[in-house]
Design a protein around this ligand. Structure first.
Ligand SMILES: [Zn+2]
Length: 253
């Protein structure tokens, strides 16, 4: 595939044929299917209920596992000794401390970098091929690697997930997700052409206007918040730097 022209055509055709995002529209993008078989079991019941995006994003059975990430450490990565969990002298919170090599293993939030790839009035989204939220749509984004600038990381993720090239990256949004110890930095980026193709982590890629975005099938709340603000700014043509905090999904006991 040398470009996304056909995808654009298919998206437009799908929107003409459907008043809302549905199975037919998805199949026209060349995806395998958008039935419950392709959605993780934990999401299936929510999906078939045709409920809003917030319901899809907050299945009770998933919140306990996906959102209660533990960073427990048993052994020192340096020397293999069993570590202690204690407050180091002069510190104010417990850390994993190695009693042998004395290393203090600080644990800090991870930075996720991503891009809003722009092309002729539309943005590029990827449909996830991997957990979590397999089958749902998102922006190209992922963890920043060591030795990599934030912008280079964002470009890399765009290539890995959508085989697309972006240039002229401009920082657009910074969101705190303290409940998963993550920080999202999202750039706006102009695509250098409409060439794109699903990478290994994507089932499909496509171009969308605000009206065409599959809002009920956006994978992450932080991405939805980014896109809401982005399209609001598109209406004015002014893109001030956005910041905010994404709250943890409500638990259902
Ligand atoms: Zn050690």
């Amino acid at each position: 595939m040398t470009g996304c022209g056909p995808v654009i055509v298919l998206v437009a055709a799908a929107m003409l044929a459907a008043s809302r995002w549905n199975v037919n529209a998805d199949r026209m993008l060349g995806c395998e299917s958008l039935d419950c078989q392709s959605i993780p079991a934990v999401l299936a019941s929510e999906w078939t209920g045709a409920k809003g995006h917030q319901t899809i994003m907050r299945p009770a059975t998933q919140s306990r596992t996906f959102y209660s990430r533990r960073c427990a450490m048993n052994f020192c990565p340096n020397c293999g000794a069993k570590v202690n969990h204690q407050i180091p002298q002069g510190d104010d919170r417990p850390r994993y401390v190695c009693p042998v090599c004395k290393e203090i293993h600080y644990q800090n939030p991870k930075l996720v970098v991503g891009v809003i790839p722009e092309w002729q009035g539309r943005i590029l989204l990827c449909r996830r091929a991997i957990a979590p939220r397999e089958g749902l749509w998102t922006l190209p984004a992922g963890y920043l690697e060591n030795g990599e600038t934030a912008a280079d990381g964002a470009r890399r993720e765009t290539w890995e997930e959508a085989r697309a090239r972006v240039d002229a990256l401009a920082p657009y949004a910074l969101f705190d997700l303290t409940f998963v110890n993550q920080l999202y930095l999202i750039f706006r980026g102009a695509m250098i052409s409409d060439d794109c193709h699903p990478g290994d982590e994507s089932l499909a890629v496509g171009f969308f206007t605000e009206a065409e975005v599959p809002w009920e099938a956006i994978a992450f709340k932080v991405i939805e918040e980014t896109l809401r603000r982005y399209f609001k700014d598109c209406a004015t043509g002014v893109f001030p730097f956005q910041t905010g905090r994404i709250q943890a999904p409500a638990r259902k006991d």
